[in-house]
Design a protein around this ligand. Structure first.
Ligand SMILES: [Fe+2]
Ligand SMILES: [Fe+2]
Length: 206
């Protein structure tokens, strides 16, 4: 029984380290996306620069908070931050070149993917790491505000949006997977196992 418990604690600790690693890398990528978009928007549509800068400031804060939460949980940043740096910058640069509407479509796609990941993590962390749960819940509120901002700023929601949302969403998921060398897949399957266990538990208890 002790062995089972210690294995389960060990698995939880590993998943928590993976969550921090994925989130820190993701925030870094978001900073780079907004950075490239700010650069292009400054030249082509300066009226949205302030909004983009405010959102980038939030991402800088999130990145710092996840980094600060790492040492006490034995987590380390992912080894290929340069991948996120380049991938984020290219995505931000290309979408901004396609116009302001594309900036908001890109933001909507990325923030939706982030929101999905955070939602899974909150379900897993509930009762396991209350401090990290509270941190992610507060960050999720700001990510949702970014998502709403992106949705509200879109002048049209036509075919380009329908085509690009899944593509950019999949690219974001792929970047997360690549940047953590598959850790995000392990993490998701651990969280899925956890969900299944939770849904089975009440029946066994009866
Ligand atoms: Fe963020
Ligand atoms: Fe965000």
């Amino acid at each position: 029984m002790i062995d089972v418990l210690s294995k389960s604690n060990r698995d939880t600790a590993i998943t928590i380290r993976r969550i921090l690693k994925v989130n820190h890398a993701g925030e870094f990528g978001a900073i780079r996306i907004y950075g490239a978009q700010i650069l292009i928007a400054g030249r082509l549509f300066p009226d949205i620069v302030k909004t983009l800068e405010d959102m980038r400031d939030d991402e800088i804060d999130h990145c710092r908070l996840f980094r600060e939460a790492m040492p006490e949980r034995g987590a380390k940043p992912c080894r290929v931050m340069s991948l996120w740096s380049l991938g984020g910058y290219v995505l931000g640069f290309l979408t901004a070149l396609c116009g302001r509407n594309m900036v908001w479509i890109c933001t909507e796609a990325v923030e939706s993917a982030v929101h999905r990941h955070l939602q899974d993590q909150l379900a897993f962390l509930d009762n396991r790491d209350p401090d990290l749960h509270a941190l992610i819940a507060s960050i999720q509120e700001q990510e949702l505000a970014h998502l709403r901002e992106a949705e509200n700023n879109q002048k049209s929601q036509g075919l380009s949006r329908a085509l690009l949302l899944p593509v950019i969403g999949a690219l974001t998921d792929m970047m997360i997977w690549l940047s953590t060398w598959g850790d995000s897949s392990c993490m998701r399957s651990e969280m899925a196992r956890d969900k299944t266990a939770k849904s089975v538990k009440p029946t066994n208890a009866i």
